[in-house]
Ligand binder design. Structure first.
Ligand SMILES: NC(=O)c1ccc[n+]([C@@H]2O[C@H](COP(=O)([O-])OP(=O)(O)OC[C@H]3O[C@@H](n4cnc5c(N)ncnc54)[C@H](O)[C@@H]3O)[C@@H](O)[C@H]2O)c1
Length: 249
């Protein structure tokens, strides 16, 4: 399949996990990737992989919660590649806390990256997507659809991403731009491997977030994102697509 031939796609969180799998998948299908992440090491690994597959890809270290940084990187993408056809916005952070112990600074950091970062990226790319009649895929979560214990801030942030995405889907539909979000559940990545838990956490409460068939790799999310972001997804708009092995069935 070459669904992204002649298409330029900005992928955030491209240095790891789901974002990286999306960048690889879209590049395999002929797309040109401009990958963003705060992790220079993650981007370096991705750049090597993309280079091996051929094509004129680029990467930039960028904190998605900084409007100045995002504005500069989006301008750089347009000046290097001439256009933007899709935004695959997967950068995000998660933490687990007893909510009564969650520090305001940690709540704020999560909102800055997950919610404000989504706004900043979408705002910056929308003028270019109007020109290309392109589309956006944001990262929500099963935590946007069902409460995540010890993850109240994360659930709140992903619920906001879901509703922000629905709102812009309607606002820009007549200008030819689609916006959707993906709701992954139980995907094995650095995010889910490395996360510290509160010491007194009741693990039975977290069972609702675990797939009955066990965790799986980020490629399952990448294949759905590729479908939605390609022309095959042209009638999917304002949707939150749950890819969770049946957790919330
Ligand atoms: N893994 C899961 O089971 C799961 C489930 C639901 C939702 N998600 C969502 O999917 C997305 C990808 O998660 P993942 O599992 O691949 O995690 P991950 O930690 O492997 O990847 C996230 C990437 O985002 C980058 N990032 C973090 N803060 C950033 C910032 N301020 N600016 C730019 N980049 C930043 C990180 O460096 C990392 O490379 C996230 O939005 C996450 O919330 C993941």
């Amino acid at each position: 399949m070459n669904r992204f031939e002649d298409k330029v796609v900005i992928v955030t969180g491209a240095g790891s996990g789901i974002g990286r799998a999306c960048a690889q998948r879209i590049a395999q299908e002929g797309g040109t990737i401009h990958g963003l992440d705060v992790s220079a090491d993650g981007l370096q690994d991705l750049a090597v992989e993309l280079h091996e597959g051929g094509g004129n890809h680029s990467v930039s270290v960028c904190d998605v919660s900084s409007e100045d940084a995002v504005t500069a990187v989006v301008a750089e993408c347009v000046s290097t590649h001439g256009r933007i056809d899709a935004l695959v916005h997967m950068a995000g952070i998660l933490r687990f806390d007893n909510t009564h112990e969650l520090e305001l600074t940690n709540w704020q950091k999560l909102m800055d990256v997950n919610v404000t970062g989504t706004f900043i990226l979408c705002k910056a790319v929308l003028p270019h997507l109007i020109e290309s009649r392109g589309n956006i895929v944001n990262a929500a979560s099963t935590a946007a659809l069902a409460g995540l214990p010890y993850g109240a801030a994360y659930s709140a942030s992903k619920g906001a991403v879901k509703m922000f995405t629905r709102a812009i889907a309607i606002e820009y539909a007549k200008r030819g731009v689609r916006a959707n979000c993906i709701c992954p559940g139980d995907i094995k990545t650095n995010m889910t491997n490395d996360i510290p838990f509160p010491e007194d956490m009741d693990m039975t409460l977290l069972q609702r977030t675990m797939s009955l068939t066990g965790p799986t790799g980020p490629d399952v999310i990448a294949s759905m994102v590729a479908l939605v972001a390609s022309n095959e997804g042209r009638h999917i708009n304002g949707e939150e697509i749950r890819v969770d092995g049946g957790i919330l069935a």
